[in-house]
Design a binder for this molecule. Sequence first.
Ligand SMILES: [Zn+2]
Length: 146
Amino acid sequence: MSGPRYHRTRAQDQRLVGFECTDCGWVAYPDERRTCKSCGAAPAEFEEVALATRGEIQTFVVQQYLPDDIETPQPVAVVDLPQVDGEGEAARVYGLLTESSLEEIDVGTEVDARFREMFADGTRPVNSFKFSVPRADKAGDGGDGE
Ligand SMILES: [Zn+2]
């Protein structure tokens, strides 16, 4: 109900922060974990790492059968977001692909994470990110190979 609290958390919600296991280097996103899903360290120690907003599609599915009020086809991708400093493991995350045609999406395609209002939760918007093929790359496309 109160506006100020929402504004205080907004900046945090719009940074991409991952948590790197200090034992094995696996990166959790979005939440810091008590147990590392990769090496099993428990309690696991994690360090905060900044993630790039551009990543690469590892795999994707195109959802065709969804409830009537959801637009289809709806592509959802698993994307590796590298760390901003270029070192360490990427965070593997998933999200909706928007503003992109199905023809330009493939494994290996670079996409940008864009923040969007997903839906309104009663009185306040719930923000998350979606992935899109960068516009500059769309214009300069052509070296796609086979
Ligand atoms: Zn670990």
